[in-house]
Design a protein around this ligand. Structure first.
Ligand code: ASP
Length: 334
């Protein structure tokens, strides 16, 4: 913590909290939480960083990179394509001082989360899209992949082309029976989620978050979801906490979902209650629509408390700390 940051935190009454070794306080336990059961190995990758004394920012990036590397997964280059058969990736990373970077519609680059981090650290900008994002990635040492669909994405795309109906059916009920970490698909081949959202608090109580996704399967080419947009799919604030989301991104963007969750926490609500309020906001806007879509929010308080809430049954999240490693089912509204 530099002097300027110390003075800023002092003015908020936070400098006495154990934020860094500079304050000479005993560090709190680190913790990492992620959306979905596929968050378990993601948390393990982030935990390696946290347990070695690394930063929350490095931990969430490591977790996101893990899932982006996972073969035949619902996230990253192996994810489902858009309706033109092209995989386009969205990602966002944010620390608790409102530093953030994001990419949207990025093609043929394996680690969008690390490109997002470069946007955050090497440019004065927050979000790069499409060709420009790819050009920036290549200028920064990322390599161009071939853009071929994974076997399961290709199969699902061919099946989808038969009717070419855009009908997001997200995670209303799990149909996979292959163990807790199997990618979850419906019987008709539809993926029931495409997004990994990760939140962490490190030993100095720094918060950070990362989101990475191939977005909604069979979306219109050029569509950007909530995951690339700070305040929609990810928001982190040192005073209030952090939140991320998964589900139909348009509904999250409409209410600035994760910003709303974090602001509810700032008002004193617990992470779970804050997520519930945001879910209620979506449902009250259009109850009929809410009956057939899924949105789940996951939140982390700056004290390490956490919670989630979803529209429908089926949203789960994964937790890892010194004392726990488990998958928790989120409560739901409908
Ligand atoms: N939120 C993602 C999007 O709208 C999709 C998902 O979470 O499954 O792109």
């Amino acid at each position: 913590m530099n002097r300027k940051e110390f003075l800023r935190l002092s003015s908020m009454g936070l400098a006495s909290l154990p934020l860094s070794p500079f304050t000479n306080h005993v560090a709190a336990k680190p913790l990492i939480i992620s959306t979905w059961d596929s968050g378990m190995p993601v948390n393990a990758a982030g935990w390696k960083v946290l347990s070695a004394g690394g930063s929350a920012l490095d931990a969430v990036e490591a977790g996101a990179r893990y899932i982006e590397d996972t073969v035949d997964c619902c996230v990253g280059l192996d994810g489902y394509p858009d309706r033109d058969g092209i995989v386009t990736l969205d990602a966002c990373i944010m620390d608790d001082l409102a530093n953030c970077g994001a990419v949207a519609g990025l093609e043929k680059i394996r680690h969008p989360i690390s490109v997002a981090r470069k946007v955050m650290e090497k440019t004065p900008h927050v979000l790069l899209v499409g060709q420009g994002a790819q050009q920036f990635a290549l200028e920064n040492g990322f390599t161009l992949e071939d853009g071929k669909l994974s076997p399961s994405a290709e199969k699902a795309y061919k099946q989808w082309l038969i009717k070419s109906e855009y009908k997001p059916v997200i995670n209303i009920e799990r149909k996979d029976k292959n163990g807790p970490f199997a990618p979850a698909f419906f019987d008709n081949g539809q993926p029931n989620h495409d997004t990994m959202g990760i939140l962490a608090i490190d030993q100095y109580l720094r918060l950070a978050g990362a989101v990475t996704t191939s977005g909604m399967a069979f979306k219109v080419h050029g569509r950007v979801g909530d995951s690339a947009i700070a305040g929609a799919g990810l928001f982190v604030d040192r005073e209030a906490g952090a939140a991320t989301s998964s589900g139909v991104g348009e509904e999250v963007i409409r209410i600035c979902g994760t910003h709303l969750v974090v602001e509810f926490m700032r008002m004193g609500l617990s992470p779970q209650d804050a997520c519930k309020k945001a879910v209620e906001r979506i449902v009250s806007r259009d109850r009929e629509k809410a009956k057939v879509i899924q949105v789940g929010f996951l939140a982390l308080g700056r004290d390490g408390s956490y919670g989630a809430y979803a529209i429908q049954k089926g949203f789960v999240f994964s937790v890892k700390s010194d004392t726990e490693e488990r998958i928790i089912a989120s409560p739901h509204l409908l």
